[in-house]
Design a protein around this ligand. Structure first.
Ligand SMILES: Nc1nc2c(c(=O)[nH]1)N[C@H]1C(S)=C(S)[C@@H](COP(=O)(O)O)O[C@H]1N2
Ligand SMILES: [Mo]
Length: 400
């Protein structure tokens, strides 16, 4: 009987799924939290992408030196928070997926398509992003480009979704408005559900209990992982992959010298840093670098994958080396690493960093000679840059 009557089926389903945890008000509340976390991810992600693939108008803040530690810590933390929020929102709306007919009008079709795109791309984005922070890359596509383009797809479909749902969002924005729009089947809610004021019927969760549960789950995943980026939460960091204070010299390592295949070259007694500017070229042995004025700065390594750690770095100012080959202070520089191949071999540095007094060719970390895994004999450390641009095992510096 039901099979032959889709309308009846819809009503039966609506009754089956009716619950205070499925109401437009709840969906709007969770949607708001999700919107905030996605916006944080999007803006901090654009910033991070701009620092690594700079468009012509890119700005490069070097102060405060922890700016990237903050933005990328927020990026990864907000992304982790979005996972329970997205699941809660899906829970609160999934009976909508079973409604009949699947497409009622052009606007309705557009709305459903944008939601399908939004849900699909968000799930891929959040799972691959999370997996990435655990340094596991089980997919064949390049992570960063995919992550970047998916962000635009998500943002576009989210704007469309919000635009289509604006009347519902507006009428459920404030808590009091729920009762005023009671009986909200007309707004696309599950019929009958709006009449409940959020109290639980027997065996069902109340809206408040559900929201409290979502908030607790979100708070828990944030508090037990954000310590990888924010030192005051480090004692609670149970689940994030990297712990502060671990690793050689008390700083975590992303890629070891052995993995980068540089052990022999880095340990070579004949190592020197080549510094070039047009026809001028100079070579600095390790002893010569040590003989130059040394400077110490407290600076963070802030990995794109979210972990960060501040340490004391000591070495030669990059701007002194620029000066040593007679190049202007506002030069763009290119560094190479001893690494024979790969994305980390070449690094370009904008003039903002090159002229900053805190940008160092570091020879020491936390009071002793750089560990091989931290870039011995010499590495770059600059304020406010993504960890991936803090090149280890330097080979040369060229003024462009
Ligand atoms: N040559 C080279 N430099 C590199 C890397 C690398 O693999 N090769 N890893 C980068 C990344 S992703 C980070 S987060 C930092 C980590 O520095 P650490 O291992 O000293 O903590 O180094 C950066 N510099
Ligand atoms: Mo990194």
């Amino acid at each position: 009987m039901l099979k032959s009557n889709p309308q009846k089926l819809t009503e039966a389903l609506a009754a089956r799924f009716a619950s205070p945890t499925r109401s437009s008000r709840l969906t709007v509340v969770v949607g708001r939290w999700l919107g905030i976390s996605f916006t944080i991810c999007f803006l901090t992600g654009l910033f991070s992408h701009g620092l690594q693939n700079p468009p012509s108008w890119m700005f490069f803040p070097t102060s405060p030196s922890w700016i990237y530690q903050l933005t990328q810590g927020l990026h990864v933390t907000a992304g982790i928070a979005a996972i329970p929020l997205l699941l809660a929102k899906l829970w609160s709306v999934y009976p909508e997926l079973l409604k009949w007919p699947p497409v009622k009008s052009l606007v309705h079709g557009l709305e459903r398509a944008s939601i399908a795109l939004f849900i699909g791309s968000s799930l891929v984005q959040l799972t691959t992003g999370l997996i990435n922070t655990y340094k596991w890359y089980p997919w064949p596509f390049p992570f960063r480009e995919t992550h970047y383009w998916l962000a635009w797809v998500i943002w576009g479909s989210l704007l469309l979704h919000v635009a289509v749902k604006l009347p519902v969002i507006a009428s459920h924005w404030r808590a009091r408005s729920t009762e005023e729009v009671a009986g909200g089947a007309a707004d696309g809610g599950v019929p009958g559900v709006e009449k409940s004021s959020g109290a639980a019927s027997p065996g069902r969760w109340s809206r408040r209990a559900f929201l409290t549960g979502v908030a607790a789950a979100t708070g828990t995943v944030v508090l037990t992982t954000a310590g990888q980026s924010f030192s005051w939460l480090a004692p609670l960091n149970f689940f994030a992959p990297r712990k502060m204070g671990t690793g050689p010299q008390g700083v975590p390592v992303n890629r070891t010298a052995a993995a980068a295949n540089v052990t022999e070259l880095a340990n070579s007694a004949g190592w020197s840093l080549q510094v070039r500017h047009g026809a001028t070229s100079r070579e600095f042995s390790l002893a010569q670098l040590k003989a130059l004025p040394q400077h110490t700065h407290e600076l963070p390594i802030a990995c794109v994958e979210g972990w960060s750690q501040t340490a004391a770095w000591r070495g030669v100012r990059v701007r002194d080396l620029v000066n040593a080959v007679g190049a202007p202070a506002g030069s763009t520089l290119r560094f190479t690493s001893l690494e024979p191949e790969g994305a980390y071999r070449l690094m370009t540095m904008a003039p903002e960093y090159a002229r900053d007094e805190k940008t160092l060719v570091a020879l020491e970390l936390n009071g002793s000679v750089l560990d091989l895994d931290h870039g011995y004999p010499a590495r770059i450390i600059a304020p406010g840059r993504p960890g991936v641009l803090q090149t280890k095992w330097l080979q040369s510096m060229e003024v462009l």
